[in-house]
Design a protein. Structure first.
Length: 244
């Protein structure tokens, strides 16, 4: 194993029911990895339960976990970007983002790190390639994920198997590109926007198991997704495609 360092960015909101189980798995995984790591847990006013206090208590017990209180966040994209900014200040070699709760398995982290070590600038978790899977009792969310991938590939000219997964890893210099870019997404289409903007980077999709139901996607988030998608589609039609 080389001496590259990595950070994990995790926005958390209303996670108290699964917090202990999720963080136990994450700690177990971090303990098995030799490389230095820090986890940035980003909390804002979207969280109405005891998640913030649980994060603070974990940070007090384990210095690898940093609680980032960000009440100024306006949406989930702000939470992700705030986490990336904190990680970039720490000068880590790699930055990996994942969801809290139990939807993303921390045990997959070594797979992301291995592929980043092997020279891929971007590593994207995919539920829809061989070895990946999705268990989601919210069938409408599953349809949105699959349909969003098909539509995005069609309109943006991409060819990925999963354009909407939020389990992603980057070399820090690549992450800095979209952190400094004025992203249009205000909700979870952000992950698709990032994939599109970084489409010319050396990347790979790796299989992940999506294990837990997701909350309902709001109509506002869906509207924003279509707005961003057609913005880049129209630029593509005009031969003005954006690449970071």
């Amino acid at each position: 194993m080389n001496n590259k360092t990595f950070a994990v960015v995790i926005p958390l909101a209303n996670e108290e029911d699964t917090f202990d189980k999720f963080t136990s798995r994450l700690i177990e995984t971090l303990d098995s990895i030799v490389q230095k790591s820090t986890v940035y847990m980003v909390i804002d006013n979207a969280s109405k339960d005891n998640t913030l206090q649980l994060c603070k208590e974990l940070s007090a017990r384990d210095s690898r976990f940093v609680t980032v209180w960000a009440p100024e966040n306006r949406n989930v994209v702000d939470a992700y970007i705030r986490g990336y900014k904190e990680a970039l200040k720490g000068n880590f070699d790699y930055i990996i983002e994942m969801d809290g709760g139990l939807s993303h398995d921390p045990h997959a982290l070594p797979m992301f790190i291995r592929n980043l070590n092997e020279g891929h600038n971007c590593v994207y978790g995919s539920r829809f390639i061989n070895g990946g899977s999705i268990f989601d009792s919210n069938w409408k969310r599953s349809v949105l994920s699959r349909g969003g991938t098909i539509l995005s590939n069609l309109l943006l000219g991409t060819g990925m198997k999963d354009m909407t997964s939020g389990y992603m890893g980057f070399h820090a210099d690549v992450a800095r590109k979209f952190v400094e870019y004025d992203l249009l997404s205000k909700a979870h289409f952000y992950q698709t926007e990032v994939r599109y903007l970084l489409r010319k980077e050396r990347s790979i999709e790796v299989p992940i198991h999506y294990m837990a139901p997701s909350p309902r996607v709001s109509d506002k988030a869906i509207k924003n997704s279509f707005s961003v998608l057609f913005h880049y589609f129209l630029l593509r039609l005009k031969n003005k495609s954006v690449t970071l």
